[in-house]
Design a binder for this molecule. Sequence first.
Ligand code: NAD
Ligand code: GLY
Length: 359
Amino acid sequence: METLRVELGDRSYEIVIGQGILTSIGERLKPVCAGTRVAVLSNHTVWGLYGASVRKSLTDAGFDPAEVVIPDGEEHKSLLWMEIIFGEFLKQGLDRTCTIVALGGGVVGDMAGYAAASFMRGIRYVQVPTTLLAQVDSSVGGKTGVNLPLGKNMIGAFWQPSLVLADLDTLQTLPERELLCGLSEVIKYGVIWDSEFFGYLKEHKEDILALDPEAMSHIVRRSCEIKAEVVARDEREGGMRAILNFGHTIAHAVETATGYTRFLHGEAVAIGMVHAARLSARMGLMPEPDASRVEEMVRLYGLPHELPRDLETSALMDAMARDKKSVSGEVRFVLPERIGAVKFGVPVEREVLESVLKG
Ligand code: NAD
Ligand code: GLY
């Protein structure tokens, strides 16, 4: 069992990473819960796999759990479903002393976090991430929220969890495509922060894909350490937290231009990282061999690396101009200088960007 700490003054919290956590979740929650009332938010897929053991552990530890289980899928990360969730909380008698437990991937985690930020003007919550993406990224750092029909993650709040419990055993049931999406974000940490970690991912591919416990523990821990460090320095993305968005500007454009149906987020991030590295090399910021190493790593894990041929560059450019992070329509990029170091807020000339996207 590994324990890390996200240092945020009186909002600091621990991240516990290990195996067999779900079966002891009740005891683990005791130190952070004010009373015996907790509300578990999950989806049908995850609840079907882990609901019974979570419920048993909670009741064995003396908790009286409310359970709110929503349908699976990003399309339910909406204000409509938030209203349904709040209604369930009230029907099941929750009050301000209650703690929400997010049992699931990033969709459930983002919604549980936003529910906690707004229910009765703010209550506690605990993240129990069950996808690799959620364990290495979305469960840490306090970004919470839902989508609007016109844009992803447009409504939300910064609201830190009281605890993160990452049970590596849950990855055993994760579909391989979802595992690879998590690995895309893991590769991101290597590029933006730690070249040694990047090297580890190359050396230990077989162990990682076989979900070897030591390898998984290492990659989840190192990813969380990096994210915790970045969040501790810039919780609300006034500046350097933007580096966590490496590859995401192009990724969001790809997702928007393909209607969110063709690629999973991590796959779009893989394409985005490869193109951001190419852009950086084209602008003379990153040596060409390093840009090639980003592409090699993405290919090593079987993630997509090229833009679909039928995707119009103009559609991508339009989507980027509307990106949350654009300033007066000008796109700003996170661009690597080498493996392990990036610059953020880099303006890029339209012609250069278009030419890299056209390939
Ligand atoms: P997800 O929550 O949709 O989970 C992916 C799929 O895996 C779902 O079908 C889910 O039911 C299933 N699943 C989850 N755990 C499982 C398990 N252990 N076994 C079998 N199936 C399992 O998607 P995700 O990739 O975890 O998260 C994506 C979401 O996270 C997006 O909404 C994105 O915006 C958000 N996100 C948030 C942040 C943040 O900082 N808050 C960061 C990155 C992504
Ligand atoms: N996933 C980006 C962030 O947490 O800032």
